[in-house]
Ligand binder design. Structure first.
Ligand code: NAP
Ligand code: MG
Length: 490
């Protein structure tokens, strides 16, 4: 099978298989279809990999179906051991995965290694621990007894976005711990790290077909998975628009279970009684980390009027400058955004802000270089109805506004179709509890932003989706409950 060699951290050569990973083998698409991968730092071609078509999806589904027949009978401890083995391999080869994510996605190598890969390992180990604890309950009934079994669903699929590789493991780890078999479609922009994971799956010793990995286009392979009658559950992370399409496809086909982790427009609320240094630190990270290409980005910032101007000046000082360039180099603090389409989308929102006369605190331009670099940008005094305040930009663009009362900022924060996450900065405990209760988001962080822990669940309210990644709640989405009732009276 063919492979491609690219250069990662410290110039190390990394060889990546280019085929579809089906039944523990790398195979070309049956009609030979491929997709091109670009390096967004240089805007140059990086690799060509196979692109799964409908018939390849069928092949992967058959492989997963065949594997499920024996996998469902495997000892829970087998699943645990395999997930732990995979965790060890991912940890060992972390620099390889982080290098690939940096060169194909533009993510800083250190963020990828220190957060994305580290969380991949954490999730594998956390859910390995659950593999032999997917227990039901027993109930007394008048006729005798009843008990529940939490059984695997069967052949499941996941469709993941280009940001970031940890999301892939948020799906894989609980799906496998619960005893399912899985087909994962990686994103068009970032298939290379997924290809490497295929090799790791094989090395760990998973039986063929338990995990199949398909690079391919959303409109082809993604659509085929979401319409497939033999896929019993589909877990999706991506945009709200695609989420809608997936639900429609599920409804048209076999009513597969669907879980959706969609976009966000996360409000960060800074009260004047907060530790301002701490609030500045987290609000800056919240919108500049990974260039704001994080579903949980703190992209709306509401600051109490009593400290507003002072906060703006400090926020701007801390967040405007960055050293942009090669994400593999330690001195770089800003990588390229993932694609030219992503750059254009971000710049079009910046243009909307500028042309409607919004107060530009800093940024607002493309940065020099061939790659897709965009300056950290902030607009102040942004009205609730402006599109930069309402729509997910998925870029390093902060939309800031002032507020005077607690109720006013709760109303503003909740005035959104999206509800993924929010952050509250205050040293008043009662206020922190009151506001956290009132916010319509799946996660609220207090005096911090965006912390990720494998044992805490993550997911949306409102149009940010439903279903949860991480935490023990994630397992509920990968099992189906069966109730068994015994009549002991006859
Ligand atoms: P996207 O276009 O929705 O893509 C996500 C995945 O869906 C990709 O694998 C994509 O394939 C696939 N896809 C596209 N069209 C499809 C279709 N018709 N049927 C089935 N699958 C299809 O989103 P994106 O632009 O890659 O990612 C950014 C978005 O994801 C943002 O809105 C962000 O907020 C959201 N996001 C949410 C979370 C979360 O946890 N809630 C995390 C990360 C990102 P292609 O790659 O070929 O397009
Ligand atoms: Mg897309």
């Amino acid at each position: 099978m063919t492979s491609v060699t690219v250069r990662g951290i410290e110039g190390r050569e990394i060889t990546v298989q280019t085929g579809l990973f089906i039944d523990n083998e790398f195979v070309p698409a049956q009609n030979g279809a491929t997709l091109d991968v670009e390096n967004p730092t240089t805007a140059t071609h990086l690799a060509t990999v196979s692109a799964a078509q409908k018939e390849d999806v069928d092949l992967a589904v058959q492989s997963a179906k065949k594997a499920f027949a024996t996998w469902k009978k495997a000892e829970p401890s087998t699943r645990r051991e395999l997930l732990n083995k995979l965790a060890d391999i991912v940890e060992r080869d972390g620099p390889v995965l982080a290098s690939l994510e940096a060169i194909e996605g533009g993510f800083l190598y250190r963020d990828s290694l220190g957060l994305h890969v580290a969380q991949a390992v954490e999730n594998l180990r956390y859910f390995a621990g659950w593999a032999d604890k997917v227990d039901g309950t027993t109930m007394s009934i008048a006729q005798g007894l009843a008990y529940t079994r939490r059984q695997p669903i069967g052949v499941c699929a996941a469709i993941v976005p280009w940001n970031t590789l940890m999301i892939f493991f948020w799906k894989l780890a609980p799906a496998i711990a619960a005893g399912n078999t899985l087909i994962i479609k990686t994103a068009e922009l970032t298939p290379l790290w997924g290809q490497k994971v295929g090799e790791m799956i094989r090395e760990a010793g998973f039986p063929p077909g338990v995990v199949n990995i398909l690079p391919g286009l959303g409109s082809v392979a993604g659509q085929a998975l979401s319409e497939h009658d033999e896929v019993k559950k589909l877990a999706f992370t991506g945009s709200t628009a695609t989420g809608r399409r997936i639900m429609q496809a599920a409804a048209r086909s076999n009513l597969k279970k669907v879980s959706l982790e969609l976009g966000g427009k996360g409000p960060s609320i800074v009260f004047d009684d907060a530790d301002i240094e701490n609030a500045l630190l987290w609000t800056t990270i919240g919108i500049t980390a990974s260039n704001g290409q994080i579903c949980a980005a703190g992209s709306r910032i509401y600051v109490q009027d009593t400290i507003y101007e002072k906060f703006l000046a400090e926020f701007s000082k801390r967040s405007r400058d960055a050293v942009h360039g090669d994400p593999l180099l330690p001195e770089t603090t800003k990588g390229a955004v993932a694609s030219s389409a992503q750059l254009d989308k971000i710049l079009s929102y910046v243009e909307k802000g500028k042309s409607s006369g919004l107060r530009l605190l800093h940024g607002g331009e493309k940065l020099p270089g061939d790659g897709y670099f965009v300056a950290n940008t902030a607009f102040a005094d942004v009205g609730q109805s402006h599109s930069v305040m309402r729509e997910e930009i998925f870029g390093p663009v902060a939309s800031i506004a002032s507020f005077s009362t607690e109720q006013e900022v709760i109303d503003k924060a909740n005035d959104s179709d999206l509800g993924l996450n929010s952050a509250v900065f205050t040293n008043n405990v009662n206020r922190a509890l009151r506001v956290s209760e009132a916010l319509e988001t799946g996660t609220v962080t207090v005096n911090c932003w965006g912390l990720v822990h494998a044992n805490t669940s993550f997911g949306g309210m409102k149009q940010s989706g439903f279903g949860r990644d991480m935490g023990h709640e994630a397992l509920d989405g990968w099992t189906v409950t069966k109730t068994v009732k015994y009549n002991l009276l006859n």
